[in-house]
Design a protein around this ligand. Sequence first.
Ligand code: 5GP
Length: 194
Amino acid sequence: MKLLEERILSDGKIYEGNVLKVDSFLNHQLDVKLLSEIGAELKRLYGNCGITKILTIEASGIGVGCMVAQFFDCPLLFAKKTKTINIKGDVYHSCVESFTHQCVYDVIVSKDFLKSEDTVLIVDDFLAKGNALNGLIDIVNQSGARLAGCGIAIEKAFQGGGDALRQKGIRVESMAIIEQMDSGTGEIIFGTRN
Ligand code: 5GP
C-alpha cells in the first residue's frame, strides 16, 4: 500500500534493535483514515473468504483490528495478555514471546467467542519474528475454527516471521513489507511478496 509506505517514510522512526516506531499514526495516536484504508484493502483481498471473526492481540492490534472488522461486518476479538498462572478451562491459551518487551506472556481467548464454525482473519500492526501470530494461530487451531489468513499493517521481512508462515502454507498479506531498515542512515527499503 503506497499510502502506508509513504507514511512510514515520512513519520516512522528507526530505533536500535530493529524497532520501528510508528506511534504517531499506527499504535499510539491512530490515523483512523489510514487504518480505514488498510481495512478496505484487506476486505478486497479476503472479501470472498467467508470471514466471521477478526482476531488480534492486545493492545496495539486493536486499533487496526476494529477498522478491519468494520469492513467485514463481523466482531473483533482480541487475545488478552495475562501473567496469571492459573488458566481456567473456559479459555484457549498460548504463550507468546514479546518482541518489544522481551518477556513471555500467556495469551487467552474465551471459548465463548471463538467456535469451530468460525472463519478467522488474524490482524496485527506488526509482523517481525512471527511469535504473536504463531500464538494466535495456535489458539485458532485449538478452537477448530478455519484460518483464512493473516492481514498485517507492517511486516519486517528481514526478521523472517512472515516467510516462515508462508512456507507453512499460511496466507499472509502485509500492507507494507520492509526488506531492510537502517537506524544509522534512516534508510528503509520496501519489497513485495506473492
Ligand atoms: P513478532 O511476534 O512477530 O516477533 O512481533 C510482532 C509483535 O511485536 C506485534 O504485536 C507488535 O506489537 C510488536 N512489534 C514487533 N516489531 C515491532 C516494531 O518494530 N515496532 C513496534 N512498535 N512494535 C513491534
